[in-house]
Ligand binder design. Structure first.
Ligand code: G6P
Length: 367
């Protein structure tokens, strides 16, 4: 059956709103809710023997991989190498025995990622793929297929595929951690519980849609927008900037909050909105002090945080967007929603072709 937009104005908007359902759908096949354990599809090798992970992807899928790097290191204590596919292939990476090469792709057909997969396979790596199209080339060539169940994604700018990738990667990180003896039964159960909560948290984030639509006029006239984040929210800043570039054609950059003082701070003035992604928690204070550096230079800040963070640092901001208070593991999934909505509404305000942005393709099959 043809896929319809229903009551939505664009596929991208529909896909943003589908996230609670498709993330739940995806998680269902990775979590055993009664046992409170993470479960991967049947595999015929021992994940405990993996000594290194190499993550390769492009675009939004690459940013999902960047988030996963934090998780694999933190929870599973596994060393992780990550690169965009077009660079990875040509830099002669060191691929030692016992390595897991992990490819992330919505389509499963992106030419650079597929070429990198074949390169790793020839080099004797175990191949794992997180793909949304189960009949794709990458799915067929993998040793370990980890599907996302986002359903067909029509909008060129990826949204629901991204959060579903994060859901699978969180489950994989937890599973690797268990296999490596890094998570107790209680800790695993806690992670499962947090993941089960994710769809409700995504709904809470989506409830800010109208409010974010009302902010679009603050961003639409800008020539440049900066996104800042720290830790796993740094890749989210990159993703936020990518979404805005892709569909609103506004130049945007994502930066690690702490790195801003080494360059981009020179750009700050009243005309450059700065979107700060800062859930309360151990990284909050440092990110906020970077945010104050922006404010001290006349920068206009949109702070995305939870009630606690906004109470502490929201005063004097151009706008704030309040997310539910969530476990650090699921924060990247939840914080994806406001950056998607912001990009979407700015693009609508600028009347661009949201689902078919100029010069971009849904699946890039040339290297
Ligand atoms: C294109 C799309 C992006 C996507 C990227 C990687 O550039 O426009 O939305 O993130 O390809 O695609 P993949 O299918 O490999 O995830």
């Amino acid at each position: 059956a043809a896929i319809e937009k229903g009551n939505y104005r664009h596929f991208m908007q529909k896909e943003i709103f589908e996230q609670p359902v498709v993330v739940a759908q995806t998680l269902r096949s990775y979590l055993r809710r009664v046992e409170q354990t993470v479960a991967l599809p049947q595999i015929d090798f021992d994940l405990a023997s993996i000594n290194r992970v190499t993550i390769v992807a492009c675009g939004t899928s690459f940013y999902a991989g960047m988030v996963a790097k934090y998780w694999f290191e933190q929870f599973a204590r596994l060393p992780v190498d990550i690169d965009v596919a077009s660079e990875f292939r040509y830099r002669d990476p060191v691929l030692e025995p016992g390595g897991l090469a992990l490819f992330i792709s919505q389509s499963g057909e992106t030419a650079d990622t597929l070429a990198a997969l074949r390169h790793c396979k020839a080099a004797g790596q175990t191949i794992a793929v997180v793909v949304n199209v189960p009949t794709s080339s990458m799915a067929r060539e993998a040793d370990l297929l980890l599907p996302t169940h986002a359903g067909p994604e029509i909008g060129v700018a990826s949204t629901k595929a991204f959060t579903c990738q994060l859901a699978v990667l969180a489950a994989l990180a937890a599973h690797l951690a268990v296999k490596r003896g890094r998570l107790s039964r209680e800790e695993e159960a806690e992670i499962v519980e947090q993941l089960v909560e994710t769809p409700a948290c995504l709904n809470a984030a989506l409830a800010h849609d109208e409010e974010i639509a009302g902010m679009a006029h603050l961003i639409a006239p800008a020539r440049d927008v900066l996104y800042l984040g720290r830790g796993p929210d740094y890749p989210l800043a990159l993703e936020g900037a990518l979404k805005l570039k892709e569909i609103s054609y506004i130049h945007a950059e994502g930066y690690a909050s702490g790195e801003m003082k080494h360059g981009p701070i020179a750009l700050i003035d009243e005309a450059v909105p700065v979107i700060v992604l800062a859930p309360s928690g151990p990284l909050f204070e440092k990110t906020v002090s970077n945010m104050q550096e922006v404010r001290a230079r006349g920068g206009k800040v949109v702070l995305i945080s939870d009630a606690e963070g906004i109470a502490e640092a929201g005063e004097g901001c151009l706008a704030t967007i309040e997310m539910p208070k969530v476990h650090p593991l699921i924060a990247p999934l939840v914080y994806a929603v406001p950056v998607q909505l912001l990009a979407y509404h700015v693009a609508v305000a600028k009347d661009t072709d949201v689902d078919q942005p100029r010069n971009l393709a849904k699946s890039v099959t040339v290297e």
